[in-house]
Design a protein around this ligand. Structure first.
Ligand code: UDP
Length: 380
């Protein structure tokens, strides 16, 4: 296949990211499989990205994640500088067949504004759009700009203007799913894990409260805003509380973290992350938002750890209640489910991941969508 895709991963983290990184992880999982299928990939990211690609475009030398806590206009400035670089490349060269954009509303707006002369674009939605309808309300790229969701539930909650441009959804994938069904089981400890950014939507405060009430050990893994290690956050001054996730941590989570029943290990990466999840009795998702894609959910399945969750957002699409996990309607129901998790068969989780969530499955779906988007652009 001769197809060159400009993959825009944004300026916030390199690809692959050092540990946490939602969009960047998705891109790092997708690109190698696309290239195996013969797609040429030009990656727009930061210069410290190490993912093998055909070409790397960058404006910033390294990930600007730390700047996300700066004032809004500075954050926008970084975003726009990166997108200017992308737009310049699209103007100056004629070898790009399609843009696959992952940069939230701003990326989509820029692609839309480039007008009918620009090439076709597919924008992957990564957030819960029910919460941000205004940001996306103005999309109008005709048939040239299309969007896809990362779950059916995410798309169903999206503003009508987006759904009018939708080409459907593609579930996320994880390299851990490859041959997951062939790996031997990992010995389980008794702890549960919450893997993810410490942020109100992920519900770490509910999980910690539950651990104390129901009497199970809980490990919280993930960054708090820009702080990746407990000692860095401990050293941060009161002004760090301007970041809403730091405020959430200080006010609602930290008082429940006693270092015994509930521990926070900071951000974990690579094999340490996989081992922590694989050795857990279950991963817990006490969600307080409509989870859009749930990478950490499918990673848990792939390492053979059942998921116990409030069944919000994409969870019912990813987890089969009673087989690969347990879903409740609310916080109270969650407490009752925790003891049942050890009755689930971890092989079912690994088989499900190998069947549904491999990078090859995701990449094939995207190649099909690229064709669909290009055909629609030609026809319009
Ligand atoms: N993650 C990680 N280390 C951490 C916390 C999270 O590597 O300490 C990874 C996690 O394994 C997953 C990604 O960050 O691959 C989070 O993606 P998810 O879709 O679960 O959450 P979101 O994109 O909403 O933050």
């Amino acid at each position: 296949m001769s197809l060159t895709v400009l993959m825009n991963a944004g300026p916030w983290l390199p690809v692959p990211p050092p540990g946490y990184g939602g969009i960047e992880n998705v891109v790092a999982t997708l690109v190698p499989e696309l290239r195996r299928l013969g797609v040429r990939v030009v990656l727009a990211s930061t210069a410290d990205s190490t993912l093998p690609v055909d070409e790397l475009l960058s404006v910033f030398p390294d990930g600007q994640f730390g700047a996300l806590q700066r004032p809004y206009n500075q954050v926008c400035g970084i975003s726009h500088a990166h997108l200017n670089g992308v737009v310049r490349a699209l103007r100056e060269r004629d070898d790009i067949d399609l843009v696959h954009d992952h940069v939230e509303a701003v990326g989509l707006a820029v692609l839309t504004a480039m007008g009918p002369g620009a090439g076709p674009a597919l924008h992957t939605l990564h957030w819960d759009l029910g919460k941000h309808p205004d940001l996306y309300g103005y999309v109008d790229g005709g048939d040239r700009v299309r969007v896809n969701g990362v779950s059916a539930s995410q798309l169903a909650r999206a503003p009508q203007a987006l759904r009018d441009h939708s080409v459907g959804h593609v579930h996320l994938a994880t390299p851990l799913a490859v041959d997951a069904d062939l790996r031997p089981p990992v010995e389980k400890s008794d702890h549960l894990v919450i893997m993810g950014r410490i942020t109100p939507g992920k519900g770490q405060h509910l999980g910690a409260r539950l651990a104390h009430q129901a009497g199970f050990d809980l490990v919280l893994a993930g960054p708090v805003g820009p702080y990746r290690r407990p000692e860095d956050l401990a050293a941060a001054g009161p002004e760090a509380g301007q970041n809403p996730d730091v405020r959430y941590w200080r006010e609602q989570v930290a008082p429940l973290v006693d270092g015994v029943r509930v521990r926070w290990v900071g951000m974990v990466a690579g094999a340490a992350r996989d081992d922590l999840v694989a050795s857990a009795r279950a991963t817990l998702f006490p969600l307080c938002w409509e989870e859009p894609g749930g990478t950490a959910v499918i990673e848990s399945l792939a390492v053979g750890t059942p998921v116990v969750a409030i069944g919000r957002g994409c969870l019912p699409e990813l987890i089969e209640h009673g087989r690969t996990g347990l879903l409740s309607d609310d916080e109270d129901g969650l407490a009752d489910l925790v003891p049942e998790a050890s009755g689930l068969d971890e092989r079912e989780c690994r088989q499900e991941a190998a069947r549904r969530f491999t990078p090859a499955t995701m990449a094939q779906r995207y190649v099909d969508l690229y064709e669909q988007v290009r055909r629609a652009a030609v026809a319009s």
